[in-house]
Design a protein around this ligand. Structure first.
Ligand code: PLP
Length: 478
């Protein structure tokens, strides 16, 4: 008996490698579901890896079916701006990792935010958003959604009364980040979701920093989850993408969300809460936002991200482990003024992180270097910039969540277009260095950080010009 034949006997697969018995994603633990997230083998060919359906369109078998598809009465594919079999595999995979009924993949994390905002908010509405938010989200809500007549009110992330004061009849949704970028603040989900739900408003969470490996926001009162798959979900820094996850928690029919429940403005014969009762928001995102905004994810990108998902649990474990080693090291370093990481007792929201994250505190660290007295400007600002130039193993770039360690100095880059007050509200101090800890051998990482800190904090290091005026208001570099 060959090894293959043996394996077939043991697993009960047929010649095509398919498992009539069911889907290994059902009832298994998170790590197993992640490895099998890309679904079963293709019954027609036996191909174990998912096929890449790089196609724009799908032949209609006949004219009546074509008409039915456009009327949403037949659920077959029409055009890849709306749906695609490979992208659908990623959507199923990510939904499964969130124990959610459905997800919709988008071209980027920002496209996910755009797609969900389009269906939840209209001119005259307000979004209530926590302060500790990725600069791109701040800019989108403040400067882009505002062009469509949607206002934003930012509130102190940890001040539950501030949410209560801000939410009113015009509120379309409340928005928080599971772990804020870059302050690493974790909100009190239970308290904030209670406030949102008292007013019949959904809670939306950006879960990019945690990923479903560390937090399933749907278990904590969150109604809509979105993530940038560009980061840890993919994990290798090759592919920009995003996803909107419909947790199925919110009763859209009980509240006024005309795009999600009731005769749809664009499909008058369709009510998404009847068409897709378990996940009407996902249906609305697909047939309204993807269809009209072109926010969809390309099949090739989805195919790439499916590969990353397989190692999600393994990578997140290592990111968390390494981040803790690096945080401990930085805490002991004489030239480090401060360090923050959700796993440290000293982090202001360590208790929230312990309550809502499971399996680790993520791979992100923020720290400030002691400023040199010979360098003009805010303490640590120039040292932060020099540190980013001095790292060797780590890469100085805008992304986070790669297998490789990444660094950036937000005050001079990602958050440079925010005013000093806005930077302060977002937790961006002039000296803050953001460190996305990778999965390298930690000894090599510490050696690199040690050399870069030494280089950045010596008095004779080249001085950099600090932007003390904080720049102009506007976009976020990444
Ligand atoms: C927390 C967070 N959310 C969303 C985004 C946006 O994602 P994308 O770059 O995929 O559009 C980023 C990007 O850095 C981010 O850090």
């Amino acid at each position: 008996m060959t090894e293959d034949a043996d394996a077939d006997d043991a697993t009960g697969t047929d010649a095509a490698g398919t498992r009539p018995g069911g889907d290994p994603r059902d009832g298994t633990r998170f790590g197993t579901r992640a490895v099998h997230a890309d679904g079963p083998a293709d019954p027609a060919t036996g191909a174990r890896a998912p096929a890449l359906h790089q196609t724009t369109s799908y032949e209609f078998p006949d004219a009546d079916t074509a008409a039915d598809r456009y009327a949403l009465e037949d659920r077959g594919h029409i055009y890849s701006r709306i749906s695609n079999p490979t992208t659908e595999r990623l959507e199923d995979a990510i939904a499964s990792l969130h124990d959610a009924p459905a997800a919709v993949a988008t071209a980027s994390g920002m496209a996910a935010l755009d797609a969900l905002t389009l269906v939840l908010a209209e001119a005259g509405d307000t979004v209530v958003c926590s302060n500790d938010t990725y600069g791109g989200t701040t800019t989108y809500l403040r400067d882009t959604a505002s062009r469509r007549g949607i206002d934003v009110e930012f509130v102190d992330t940890l001040d539950v009364d501030a949410y209560r004061d801000a939410v009113d009849d015009d509120t379309a949704f409340v928005h928080v980040e599971t772990v804020g970028n870059p302050s690493l603040v974790t909100p009190d989900f239970d308290a904030i979701s209670a406030v949102a739900h008292e007013h019949g408003v959904p809670l939306v969470a950006d879960n990019t920093f945690a990923t479903p490996a560390l937090c399933n926001p749907g278990d904590h009162g969150v109604d809509v989850v979105w993530e940038s798959t560009t980061k840890w979900l993919h994990g290798s820094g090759t592919t920009v993408g995003g996803v909107v996850v419909d947790t199925g928690n919110f009763d859209w029919r009980a509240h006024d969300y005309p795009e999600v429940a009731g005769p749809n403005p664009a499909y008058p014969d369709t009510d998404f809460s009847e068409y897709a009762p378990d996940a009407p928001l996902a249906a609305a995102v697909r047939y309204r936002s993807l269809r009209s905004l072109g926010d969809q994810q390309s099949p090739f990108d989805a195919w790439q991200t499916l590969q990353g998902l397989q190692t999600l649990e393994l990578r997140m474990n290592k990111h968390c482990e390494n981040a803790r080693i690096v945080a401990d090291y930085l805490q002991e370093h004489d030239d480090v003024a401060w360090v923050t990481h959700p796993g440290l007792d000293s982090h202001p929201t360590h208790d929230n992180a312990s309550e809502y994250l499971d399996g680790g505190y993520g791979g992100m660290i923020a720290f400030g270097l002691a400023g040199s007295e010979e360098t003009p400007g805010p303490a640590g600002y120039a040292a932060g910039k020099r540190f980013c130039e001095a790292v060797d193993l780590a890469s100085f770039l805008a992304n986070i969540g790669d297998a490789k360690t990444l660094v950036i100095h937000p005050a001079s880059t990602t958050h440079a277009q925010l005013s000093p007050a806005e930077q302060a509200d977002a937790g961006v101090t002039p000296d803050l260095v953001r460190l996305s800890v990778g999965i390298e051998d930690p000894a090599d990482l510490l050696a690199d950080l040690d050399a870069a800190i030494a280089s950045a904090t010596t008095d004779d290091a080249a001085t950099a010009t600090p932007a003390t005026d904080g720049g102009t208001r506007g976009g976020d570099g990444a």
